[in-house]
Write a protein that binds this ligand. Structure first.
Ligand code: PA5
Length: 434
């Protein structure tokens, strides 16, 4: 069984072996706090065992609901924000073609689109107009059931569904994922008779991708959610059993925290494959909300290469030296292109004839990494053997566990987000909410 792997070769100019020795007991202590469930926020550790200890009956219901969605709709609108959105979006982009042309309505194929991720009227108007001619279902996701963005989007989409299919028809097309017992969405779902799925009490939004929050939209899109769970379960076992020197989670935690303590305030997650863009968005939310508090934390940023080498590349190479990069590499792409010679070679590309485009992409990555390291930017590299649900499950679990251990090492509660309330308070005051 293959695993995602971590390569720290390109940090050796920046980290002495003795620094790893020095931080090891601290990382081990932080990991032990997590394993013994003795740290702050320990009421939110349900995600730790989710891959092997999930509600099987609910999992079966998710697959049935996904099948019904596929039979009755060509579009599923997923409504949610933050942790109730980014995991599914990241997984869809990772597992499905990113450059595909809009789908024809193949029988049984479902386009997933998102709402409730912003407060833009033009965005919602465009979506509502586009849905008039399509058969659609809605999966509204909110753990608290009270978040403004998804609540507004749901009001509008529910109205459209009821106009289109009548109250009973709309009811069979609405799936609510929320708290087991409380919150406005739970109350509404109970009153209207929607099928509901649970965000477990002990799983916070940004750790919820392996619950119904991620699984229902993914299953509706036809993604093998059993493989996703299997990847996460194998990663969980691997990280539990492996000693510090070979433990991908603990090594990642150690390296990023040593660099942080030496003045590297920003970690940039770098990719060379468009399918990884939203994985970085998911990662930024996970690490930003978990670590950024009490005046502490590594700032999580990201860039899509080679695109951003033509914009941010200048700063990374030459700007303030407060960055390190974590490169995500997909070892074997699912397809490739062999470059051919042309008779006149006016573009001067004939020197690449016979090479593949993935070879060129990997050489671009290698050259960039060398340049950035020489320019004072340490690079960590994570290799994903292939872009499939199994390795994505490993990756989700890897980043979640490393985030929790890193948060404890930093001395924060990785499972709360008190900072997100400040803007809401002001917004509600300005809106005149009682
Ligand atoms: O990670 C988190 O807790 C947040 O990002 C939430 O997921 C986000 O605010 C949405 O919350 P809710 O699911 O309650 O609507």
């Amino acid at each position: 069984m293959a695993f995602i792997s971590l390569n720290l070769t390109h940090t050796t100019n920046f980290i002495e072996p003795a620094e790893f020795d020095a931080i090891e007991p601290q990382v081990q202590a932080a990991a032990a706090v997590l394993e013994h469930r003795s740290g702050p926020g320990n009421e939110f550790l349900g995600w730790l065992d989710l891959p092997v200890n999930y509600d099987q009956a609910e999992f079966a219901r998710i697959l049935e609901a996904a099948q019904r969605i596929r039979e009755q709709s060509t579009v599923l609108v997923v409504i949610g924000i933050g942790g109730s959105y980014l995991g599914a979006k990241a997984a869809l982009e990772f597992c499905q073609p990113t450059a595909a042309l809009p789908k024809s309505a193949d029988p049984g194929s479902v386009d997933i689109c998102f709402a409730g991720t912003n407060l833009s009227a033009p965005y919602l108007n465009q979506l509502l107009a586009g849905l008039k001619g399509r058969d659609f279902s809605v999966n509204v996701i909110s753990k608290s059931g009270t978040t403004t963005e998804p609540a507004i989007a749901f009001r509008l989409l529910k109205k459209l569904l009821e106009e289109k299919y009548g109250k009973a028809g709309a009811r069979s097309r609405i799936f609510a994922t929320t708290d087991r017992a409380k919150g406005a969405l739970k109350t509404l779902a109970g009153r209207e008779g929607y099928e509901t799925f649970v965000v477990p009490d002990d799983v916070g939004g940004r750790f919820s991708v392996l619950t119904a929050v991620g699984l229902l939209p993914l299953a509706a899109a036809g993604i093998a959610v059993d493989q996703l769970m299997r990847g996460a379960a194998d990663a969980r076992a691997n990280f539990q059993q492996t000693a510090f020197a070979q433990n991908t989670v603990l090594q990642y935690v150690a390296a990023r925290n040593i660099l942080h303590r030496k003045g590297k305030a920003i970690e940039m997650l770098i990719n060379y494959e468009p399918r990884l863009h939203y994985l970085a968005e998911w990662w930024k939310q996970l690490y930003g909300e978990s670590e950024g508090k009490d005046g502490k934390g590594i700032f999580p940023a990201s860039a899509d290469f080679t695109t951003d080498l033509h914009s941010l590349g200048q700063y990374i190479q030459d700007g303030r030296r407060h960055l390190f990069e974590t490169l995500l590499e997909i070892q074997n792409p699912e397809s490739d292109i062999v470059l051919e010679a042309e008779a006149d070679d006016l573009d001067g590309l004939n020197y690449l004839a016979g090479k593949t485009l993935d070879y060129v992409n990997k050489k671009a990555a290698e050259g960039t990494l060398e340049a950035h390291v020489a320019g004072g930017v340490p690079n960590l590299k994570i290799t994903i053997p292939e872009a499939n649900p199994y390795y994505l499950g490993q990756l989700f679990y890897f980043f979640e566990k490393a985030c929790a251990v890193s948060g404890y090492l930093l001395g924060v509660n990785p499972f709360d987000q008190p900072g997100v309330e400040a803007y809401k308070k002001n917004m509600f005051r300005l809106l005149g909410k009682k």
